[in-house]
Ligand binder design. Sequence first.
Ligand SMILES: [Mn+2]
Length: 406
Amino acid sequence: MRILHTSDWHLGQHFMGKTRQAEHQAFCAWLIEQVHAHEVDALLIAGDVFDTGAPPSYAREQYNRFIVELRGSGCELVVLGGNHDSVAMLGESKTLLAQLDTRVIPGVCADLREQLLVLHRRDGAPGAILCGIPFIRPRDVLQSQAGQSAQNKQLSLQQAIQQHYQALYALALGMRAELGGDVPIIATGHLTTVGASASESVREIYVGSLEAFPTSAFPPAAYIALGHIHRPQKVGGLEHIRYCGSPIPLSFDEARQQKEVLLVELDGSGLRGITALPVPRFQPLLSVRGSLKELEPAIVEAAQQGSSALPVWLEVLVSTDDYLSDLQLRIAALCEGLPVEVLRIRRERGNAVAALQGQARETLDELSVEEVFARRLEQEQLDAEDAQRLQTLYRGVLEALQADRD
Ligand SMILES: [Mn+2]
């Protein structure tokens, strides 16, 4: 049984004034080639198919087209909801897509058995049992209790998620016995685990929801296909618990990562092997930093990855010279004639004046909501405890808004 594990596509992402449509299109075409080349039996998308709950039409069209193009390859598709996906939106086409060998689990189901799927080999025989676990929202698994401290909430949520995994795994064991006993059980998830390293574009799942899930709380599945973290990695050094990461870099701090999808081979005895398939870079994207003097060669070097048809998308972080008010002009001069397009210039904070000038030039588009609040706090004379208290209150407000929006 060969499975391809991918996640965090973020179709429809709007990136500093740029669309990722062409990159996603190229990725989908490349992925279908991989399915054919490796005779993949099942493809798993472990959450965050879309960047927002109400994705633009072109992104929905890409999703639909991908499903149609995958059909006829002999590969089944399973789509799981992530924290960026809307449960309702992904659910809309669930019954329709079931007609196209595609199973969708947008959120936690009232009947747990709906999250238990048999994945088939090309010859039609059962190849694996899947515990299909999407992003879990606190209200899916918890009754809220008044007066619970943040720490207690955290613990009850973690326990509830653990119970969800264990209950589904127990059902899977029953199903395996019915099937004759030699089918591997695998699971999915869309969450942060202990020790996983995130990036700028991973939207924090706010306090009150899960901070980090310990690997010991997962059931003993042959493979656990995770999404949410955009950098590919094993979890806790374990071979069989993996983040495949996003297929394209979704923020500048992901620019130097080799993106990949994972080809997972399983048989009746369990996991046989995992091969990372490196995803080609469809749009050059880089971040350079330093003083103006250091930036000159760095920009020239970065430009080598681009061409006039496909300029490098560049982030420039200016260190020591960040007090200069005409930075934009100076950087434009450094880029003159080179195949680069500067999407963002950032100043590393020197002194207070420089920081204020920097802020004046930042636009809201470049900042996350947390950064906006952090900038505002920087303007106050607060001791650490007060700043911490305000941060906590602010996160509470965000969490409430998030819960409303979900
Ligand atoms: Mn994501």
